[in-house]
Design a protein around this ligand. Structure first.
Ligand SMILES: Nc1ncnc2c1ncn2[C@@H]1O[C@H](COP(=O)(O)OP(=O)(O)OP(=O)(O)O)[C@@H](O)[C@H]1O
Length: 241
């Protein structure tokens, strides 16, 4: 079952000269950032701690609003969306974080089902979609387990299943391999790559040079809130010649 999507013309995500200042003194977290992400792209957002990666992701979700400039998702300027339309925007964006954020008192299946329940989907849809999505992430046999009975890599797969079960247009991942060892990280990156190959746009913030170098995807680097590099198939750091 696929959710009907509106047609998008142009980039799926567009930042137009976005500046974001938090209250208080200090430089803006983002300064005049312009980025376009096309449908189906896989983009790494890299940069040292405090460079503005999480701020950029939170602007895409309208958890934050730009101080100046415009953020468009699926062709709509999201700062101008009516508040009642924000849940619909967020349904089009799955999110995954470093710390998994699973509900500890619910089983794996219930964690994934919960993402559908909160959007008002029918029991019939949920019973169909949850096993299919657990299968997608390689956890078909773990639906009855509790999160604490799973390894870190498996917990992150559950979080990815929960992010994907509503068939979002965009997957935003903030340091998804940050708590995982290198081998487990490779498995998670293969899964994210597969999700991307099937049409979901992926934006991933990371410090993990190993995964960036291995994937050879687009790399956008932030430094003190400015884009200092945007390469179609990049590595984590500038290449040494
Ligand atoms: N809620 C906030 N209030 C005030 N300043 C903030 C807030 N969130 C972030 N900042 C500041 O904005 C800048 C960018 O932070 P941000 O979290 O976006 O960076 P980051 O690249 O994601 O860092 P990290 O890799 O450590 O998560 C930093 O200087 C940070 O201190």
């Amino acid at each position: 079952m696929r959710v009907a999507r509106s047609r998008t013309v142009g980039p799926v995500i567009r930042f137009e000269k976005v500046t974001k200042s938090y209250p208080g003194p200090g430089k803006p977290a983002l300064s005049q950032v312009s980025i376009n992400v096309d449908k189906g792209e896989f983009v790494f957002l890299v940069g040292s701690s405090g460079s503005g990666k999480s701020t950029a992701l939170r602007l895409m979700l309208r958890e934050l609003r730009p101080t100046t400039g415009r953020v468009y998702v699926a062709g709509k300027e999201i700062n101008r969306l009516a508040t009642w339309k924000v849940p619909r925007l967020r349904r089009q964006i799955g999110t995954v974080f470093q710390d998994f954020r699973l509900l500890p008192t619910k089983t794996v299946s219930q964690n994934v089902a919960f993402a559908m329940q909160v959007t008002g989907r029918s029991g019939r849809d949920i019973r169909r979609a949850v096993p299919a999505t657990l299968e997608l992430v390689g956890l078909a046999d773990k639906g009855g387990r509790m999160p604490e009975e799973l390894s870190g890599g498996e917990q992150q797969r559950v979080a990815i299943a929960r992010a994907m079960v509503n068939d979002p247009m965009i997957l935003i991942a903030d340091e998804p391999t940050g708590n995982l060892d290198p081998t487990t990280s490779v498995g998670i990156m293969k899964l994210l790559d597969r999700i991307n190959q099937s049409g979901t746009t992926v934006v991933m913030a990371t410090h993990d040079n190993g995964v960036v170098d291995q994937m050879r995807k687009r790399v956008v680097e932030l430094d003190h809130g400015s884009v200092v590099r945007d390469e179609a198939t990049g590595v984590y750091g500038f290449q040494q010649h």
